[in-house]
Design a protein around this ligand. Sequence first.
Ligand SMILES: Cc1cc2nc3c(=O)[nH]c(=O)nc-3n(C[C@H](O)[C@H](O)[C@H](O)COP(=O)(O)O)c2cc1C
Length: 175
Amino acid sequence: MNSIVLYKSKYGSTKAYAEWIAEDLGCECRPAKGVKADDLLLYDTIIYGGGLYAENIAGASLITKNIEKLKNKKLVVFTTGITPLAVREYYDGEVLDRNFKPEIRPYIKVYNFMGKMILSELSAPHRAALKMLKKIMSGKENPTDLEKMLIELCDADGDFTDRSAISELVEYVKN
Ligand SMILES: Cc1cc2nc3c(=O)[nH]c(=O)nc-3n(C[C@H](O)[C@H](O)[C@H](O)COP(=O)(O)O)c2cc1C
């Protein structure tokens, strides 16, 4: 099986997962920057990882916009983020809705992993974006429990990466 792991990572957590997955699968791993869909035609399995930024999976359009070319392959997308994995309404609801049109979902297996957010390492634009997101969400009159949690997460600070979380993805690709 000819596999490749591609990733887009600003602060390193998606890159770490991509490298762990590639190591366990014994396959190639590289940043998605500059990669075109046509470069991927020689692979049987394509694994794409991107950090979540305001619910968007960074760079995942490489897969979603090229689904017609890639849909006969085994396609896996993984996300990294700071929302707890137990909050399934977030991952299986909002994140899927925002990133994958219903017609392309059957072609892509999605996994979610915990990333990292070290506030002192964030770029100024990202710090400003978090402040704005928090302000917008806090302005809602009757926030849902999910919205309340997302407001709190704007202040999350820590490294929640966990290598053991990749095993299910690795097994899925191997079998
Ligand atoms: C501006 C900004 C927006 C973010 N939005 C989300 C989000 O919508 N959901 C989430 O779970 N995490 C969110 N995060 C946390 C990142 O997804 C997390 O830090 C991730 O690990 C980053 O991946 P990277 O280390 O590969 O860049 C956000 C972080 C920043 C700075």
